[in-house]
Design a protein. Structure first.
Length: 438
């Protein structure tokens, strides 16, 4: 049992660590904005720099001094709360009705955008399995490893992509709408596949796996058949008098749902995301949005930098061997080739032009925070070694950072062509407002 003095030391050290994280995260986020990058790039970079990759190179073992091993579990609790609230807001923002009526073309592009990266991810797993088959002294199953890598290289980051599309004024264009719809479908596929991986890894035998799947199905049915109608009725009757307690009730529901899925054998993020998914969309006078969604979003943004630092403490670029560095380059190439190639080829099959197909591929190659969430799950369930985790995090950073500059260059080309003397070409769909794909 800890003494009162030791407990106070842990509390004060945790508070000091959180303060340092927030200051450094804000500085790096501001730098990212000056470089015309999403703020998540700065926050990821801040987390890596506060870990052994940069701070650890200085004398005095500063990562251990600022974030002692004994304190890190408490930092992880703060990080997990921020992450779960973030996943809850992502689920709430995702509106399944937005995917209706998108047409056969959207399905064709999404199939290619998911199938080719997944196939290349399986091939990548076959290449890397010999080097990373043992994690923490235990050999992992190739099937689990391959399914996880296929999932990790095939996703797109919906929240970061939405921010980039808004910043580039593409949110009222056909390409912007299509990219958001495809990234939403990518997210659904990623969470479903990741749920399967977690169930496979956490279950001991076929019977236990079927038990996890069965209880997971019961959970989904209860959420859709009972919880969603109850929430809809409560939202319809809610008035301004209960507005102050709405964020508390919503956050407690998200955390409770996360607890249930974790107990089932799925990861806690699925529960938080799914609770957001069943939240009412018909919001009378914007009460739920103003009183619950926005405050929870602000809270998650405040706590997420702690998640980045917890991630950064597990990233050690100095531990990369020459082979590991080569694997990192291979992972980046496979991730980019899979997403860009899959989108480009499938979009061309639907009749989309080369330029628009390339622009769409650039957008869907963005990974950002969604990738980090998936990688942290893989690290937590013992599918990734520190070296491979480091390489995958760098892939997420590179693919997200490359989107904005390449997209700006891509969008300048049609404008330059249209303004050239004697040019009669109209700007492509990426620059022309549209009601979206049909």
């Amino acid at each position: 049992m800890m003494s009162a003095e030791h407990t106070e030391w842990i509390t004060l050290t945790t508070l000091g660590g959180v303060a340092l994280v927030l200051v450094v995260g804000a500085a790096f986020a501001a730098l990212a904005r000056r470089l015309r990058q999403p703020t998540v790039i700065g926050e990821i970079a801040a987390g890596i720099c506060l870990g052994p990759s940069l701070l650890g190179l200085l004398p005095g073992d500063l990562p251990e001094r600022f974030f002692p091993l004994e304190v890190r579990p408490y930092l992880n609790v703060v990080a997990q709360v921020g992450l779960l609230l973030f996943m809850f807001t992502i689920g709430w923002h995702f509106d399944p009705a937005a995917l209706r009526g998108r047409g056969r073309a959207t399905g064709t592009i999404w199939l290619g955008a998911a199938a080719l990266p997944m196939a290349l991810g399986f091939g990548l797993a076959a290449c890397l399995y010999g080097s990373y088959r043992t994690v923490n002294g235990e050999q992992i199953e190739f099937t689990h490893f391959a399914l996880f890598l296929g999932t990790a290289v095939s996703i797109a980051a919906f929240p970061v992509l939405a921010r980039i599309i808004t910043d580039k004024q593409l949110h009222h264009t056909r390409i912007g709408n299509l990219a958001l719809a495809l990234s939403a479908l990518d997210d659904i596929l990623a969470w479903c596949l990741l749920a399967c991986v977690v169930a496979l890894v956490s279950a001991s035998g076929a019977g236990a796996f079927l038990g996890v799947v069965g209880w997971g199905a019961v959970y989904v049915l209860v959420m859709l058949g009972a919880v969603r109608p109850v929430l809809a009725r409560l939202a319809a009757r809610a008035g301004t008098a209960v507005a102050p307690v709405l964020p508390l009730l919503a956050a407690s529901g998200a955390l409770a749902s996360a607890y249930v899925t974790s107990r089932i054998g799925l990861h806690a993020i699925f529960g938080a995301f799914f609770f957001g998914l069943v939240m009412p969309r018909a919001d009378r006078q914007g009460l739920l949005r103003q009183s619950a969604l926005i405050p929870i979003e602000h809270t998650s943004k405040l706590l997420l930098p702690v998640f980045f630092v917890v991630t950064g403490l597990a990233v050690d670029l100095t531990a990369l061997t020459a082979t590991g560095a080569g694997h990192m380059v291979l992972i980046i190439v496979v991730a980019c080739a899979g997403k860009l190639g899959g989108v480009l080829l499938s979009a061309r099959l639907t009749g989309m032009g080369w330029h628009d197909s390339y622009t769409l591929g650039l957008l869907l190659n963005t990974r950002g925070l969604t990738e980090l969430v998936i990688l942290n799950v893989g690290l937590g369930i013992g599918l990734l070694s520190t070296e491979l985790f480091t390489a995958m995090v760098m892939m997420a950073l590179v693919t997200t950072a490359m989107t904005s500059p390449l997209l700006s260059r891509s969008l300048r080309r049609p404008a330059a062509a249209a303004s050239a003397p004697g040019s009669r070409d109209a700007p492509p769909a990426a620059a022309v407002p549209s009601a979206g794909p049909r």
